[in-house]
Write a protein that binds this ligand. Sequence first.
Ligand code: BES
Ligand code: MN
Ligand code: ZN
Length: 500
Amino acid sequence: MDVLLKKGNPTKQKTACLVVGVNEGKKMSPAVAAIDAELDKALRKAMRRDAFSGKVGQTFAIDPATGLKAERVLFVGLGAEKKTTGEVLRRAVGTALKNAGDVRATDMMLVFESFELRHASDEERARVLTEGLLLGGYRFDRYLTSEESKKEKTPKVVTFQYATIKQEDAIRDGVAQAQAICRGVVLARDLVNEPGNVKSPTFLAEQAAAAGKETGFKCTILDQQQLEQENMGAMLGVAQGSEREPCLIVMEYNGGKKGEAPVALVGKGVVFDSGGISIKPSEGMEEMKMDMGGAAAVIGTLTAAALLKLPCNLVGVVPAVENMPSGSAIRPGDILTSASGKTIEVLNTDAEGRLILADALNYVSRYKPETVIDLATLTGACIIALGHEATAVLGNDDKLASALIGAGERAGERAWQLPLWDEYSELIKSDVADVKNIGGRPAGTITAAAFLQKFAEEYSWAHLDIAGTAWADSAKPCYPKGGTGVGVRLLIEYLKNASK
Ligand code: BES
Ligand code: MN
Ligand code: ZN
């Protein structure tokens, strides 16, 4: 999608769809009133008869828009001005995009002035609006072959219509930032949506390397033999049931001062999780191609950080494996020795994410990181606890957890903390090894984190369980069904503030 800028009078613009934001219960701004005047007060009348009030999610279209040069005027609700957030604006333009697509509008124009956001600069406003456009217009259609399905369903060109020359640079900067961030989000979505037959650990590594080459970060791949040299017994244990070789993807972005301790990002990269010998029920198993959502978020974040030239040092580590049942697979009862030296009793081969993360968390110690943040589609229990509305945050540093929750709120990716009290560790004590890989049914998300904590003792660490947020079962204004790319926007927002 091309995003263009145009200064001028909103009533004079030629476009297939002129999009105007309307707040609920507020006097019309002069820009909106001017448009409404040309429409014979159609908006005012609609509001009077309660056909449209400006509530979030509401739209009101006038088609054709006689009096204006636009073929359609689309009013979108932004809710009460006091409650309007960046996420409200993102969703509003996502909704507008879909509406314009439904009537086959090939271009769309946004009246910038009508999208108000309290305490936000023009740059930030332009950024969130562009995010809404780029994320709302996303589709994964590379495997659709019919002409009909290949047709673009949403406008290809969107123009910001603004009033003063002063706004121009700010809007341009905001748009550029959003384009960089969304490159990362879109890459993450694409990776999650790729089917398991295409998405081997090697494929993930190639994609990360290609992104690094294009945007400016280093990418090194450790193969099976090197993993053996690193004594990554936990990760190798998970991988041994699959025909496909595992690998560890190591990405480095250096935008900060030389020698400055990096932030390390670790992403669970299970390209397909069948459960292994503790095999999952066949119903819904296809969704487990998304079990590398953490890996996708890390690769996407490095991509966006490099494009934004963020002033920080980053290390991204992705343990990439496939979890399959076979004659060579690990069995319940097996004991693995992790790279840290700690032994793990595997009581359920479907609790594989924590095993590969154990070795990856140990691996990042060598970078003496300032902070370590891991992202993983780790537990079904997380969906029971928080549904699909929030990512779970746990860790050994409450300040870090709060900073991540705050960044998520601003970025439109909600996160919520769960406790990680010492008592939970009791549940993963093993009789025959240092730790066991399941803790029973109670507090499944927490016992998984308690397991990870044992491998993250040397640094400040947070764990994001994205099991409920990495995949959408149904479409929303800012994403279709499928991979959401969750994590990228949250992490970029966090890194922007952390490197200030
Ligand atoms: N990848 C799954 C968790 C998951 C479930 C992610 C649903 C997204 C949607 C993970 O590897 C898993 O299978 N976890 C088990 C752990 C259990 C065996 C302790 C689970 O949640 O059932
Ligand atoms: Mn599993
Ligand atoms: Zn898994």
